[in-house]
Design a protein around this ligand. Sequence first.
Ligand SMILES: [Zn+2]
Length: 290
Amino acid sequence: MIRIGQAGIPLSCKGRTNKDGLIYTKQILDLNALEIQFVRGLYIMEDEEAQFISNYSVENDVELHVHAPYYINLAGTSDEIDMSIEKIMYSARIANKIGAKTVVIHPGYYGKESERKTMKKIVKNTKKIIGIFKKEKIKTKLGIETMGKQKVFGSLEEIIEICQNVKGVIPVIGLGHIHARLNGALKKREDFEDVFEKLKPLRLKHFLLHITGVMYENGNEYYHIPIKKGDMPLAPLIEIILDKNLDVTFISESPLLEHDAVYIRLQVEKAIMKRTGKEEADYRDLSEIL
Ligand SMILES: [Zn+2]
């Protein structure tokens, strides 16, 4: 199964609430995933809107994810950690209420600590969060994202290590970030295969992929750019997904948001048509190529 959507309310959507964004994603864009962004400070979502979003997404088969506020540091001072956990739990409770599959977080910073010490701290605090999830019966999964800068905790290996140490945590595979952090490492099929190979021990049944073009230098991401302006190709990634029939969700994090989500869709459908020899394809229907 392939799902495609964007991170946040589509740019071309006149209404600026999450409810508007969800309806637009389904009705106008005909996409089937949305990652709601709680990234500019704490977001308030009234019960009524949450209820609507929950019902609408089920009835219209739009998979939901939630992104917690960006500034989180599970390796910081005890005040920073408390504040981070508070932000994560705030996002997680709403995510659970609307039936989101994942609440995405950025893990934290090395600061003056060594990589190992940072890892220990983050694992410890992630366990604490999972404990609260259990206590509150939160079904949404905690997803930790790979990060695109050297001084920020979150290489692919580090994220995998947390997932191996804390049950119930999943990796959010920010391919643009991985590409930037390794200074442009994702170009060929083997490069993407290597990513899935590394993830293998986690036995994931579903992959949440964040996709964007990135401007980077010396292993550091500067900013996101449109997919077509970046140097990370989609085609080899799509080939692997189709060959292995992977269950994936593509979330476009590009500055063009939904335009690049639709671009991903076109690339997927082009790849399907290449296989079927037909002139039409629907990214939701892989029955003819499996
Ligand atoms: Zn993120």
